[in-house]
Design a protein around this ligand. Structure first.
Ligand code: ADP
Ligand code: MG
Length: 320
């Protein structure tokens, strides 16, 4: 490889859609539609903190974009395009091949073309910065501050598997190969719920994507909306592969495990049939896991109606 520009051309620059200007100029250009607003989100992934150094580069490319698309999904936005900033210790052909393949495959699936970025050499670790830009009708975004007391609380998909896979990989303990094999896809191949997010516009009140754990992320909705919530543990959609797990560990993974990238949202009980229909059309599973209440605070009730007390961390916090 003969340098930075060759690397960009080979692995990242792709023809932009009609009406767009992609990589190659000082800025990318994208058309702006009247009556819409843009939803923009940026995320950093740091080697050793967000991903293992030896992770499959194809899944890393996928996940780098997936976690950003998940933010667009949580606001109900449709992707317009994305930007990729890479800080790399070396130009590793195998890594770049795999990473770019995983990234472009997901970008194509969700019509989110890579329109530009930056590429620099780092001293040591790989850092990946992705910015996504989406579009939605002005005023229609699903915001965190829009939950009302008396709403249903819903979650898409299933909970717990990504957290269990992460713990198994961290422990590097032998003997749990079957469980790791079953849970690993949730950690390394998260699927952003874009169709569901867009289908929920006008139906759901507040929404968030669960990246740091259900209780912590729902807590952000409650804090922004000035209400509380009561959840039922037996209503939680637990990933099938976790059913043999110790009850205490399972609870921790389901309620507090991160890397889920499913949507937690609130909606009026009157909207139940519409929500079920919207989810069906979007090809998403949704579960009603509790309700919001006027009194601030978040409780999880066991099957017998008593509150569950959690002992471990409530969720992920970089500076805790
Ligand atoms: P500038 O000097 O204006 O910052 P660069 O020389 O850094 O431009 O980049 C040249 C072109 O390549 C720009 O259009 C930029 O958006 C694009 N580019 C750089 N890195 C990436 C990348 N990782 N993915 C996609 N496009 C990239
Ligand atoms: Mg540059």
């Amino acid at each position: 490889m003969s340098g930075e520009f060759d690397l960009i051309r080979r692995f990242f620059a792709r023809p932009a859609p009609e009406g767009f200007l992609g990589p190659g100029d000082d800025c990318a250009l994208m058309p702006a539609e009247a009556g819409t607003e843009l939803a923009v989100s940026a995320d950093l992934l740091v080697e050793g903190r967000h991903f293992f150094s030896d992770v499959d580069p194809v899944s890393l490319g996928h996940k780098s974009l997936a976690v950003n698309l998940s933010d667009l999904a949580a606001m109900g936005a449709r992707p317009l395009g994305c930007f990729l900033s890479l800080s790399l210790p070396r130009a590793d052909e195998y890594w770049l091949q795999g990473f770019s393949r995983g990234f472009h495959a997901l970008a194509e699936r969700h019509a989110c073309p890579l329109l530009g970025g930056d590429t620099v050499r780092s001293n040591r670790d790989t850092t990946i910065g992705v910015t996504v830009i989406g579009q939605l009708p002005a005023g229609s975004a699903l915001r965190r501050d829009a939950a009302l007391a008396g709403d249903d609380v819903w979650i898409s998909g299933e909970l717990g598997a990504a957290d269990v896979a992460l713990r198994l990989l961290q422990l590097r303990s032998a003997g749990d190969e079957a469980l790791l094999a079953a849970a690993r896809g949730a950690l390394e191949w998260p699927q952003p719920q874009l169709a569901l997010g867009q289908a929920l516009r006008g139906l759901a009140h507040a929404a968030i994507d669960v990246s740091d754990g259900l209780l912590q992320d729902l807590g952000h909705i409650l804090a922004a909306s000035g209400c509380g919530a009561e959840l039922r543990y037996d209503a939680m959609p637990v990933a099938d592969c976790l059913l043999g797990l110790d009850a205490q560990l399972l609870r921790q993974a389901v309620l507090c495990g991160g890397d889920v990238y499913q949507l937690c949202f609130t909606a009026s009980p009157q909207a139940r049939p519409d929500i079920v229909r919207a989810a069906q059309q979007a090809g998403a599973k949704v579960s009603r896991i509790g309700r919001t209440v006027a009194q601030p605070g978040l409780t999880v009730l066991d099957a017998d109606g008593g509150p569950i007390v959690l002992t471990g961390n409530a969720g992920f916090d970089h500076f805790a």
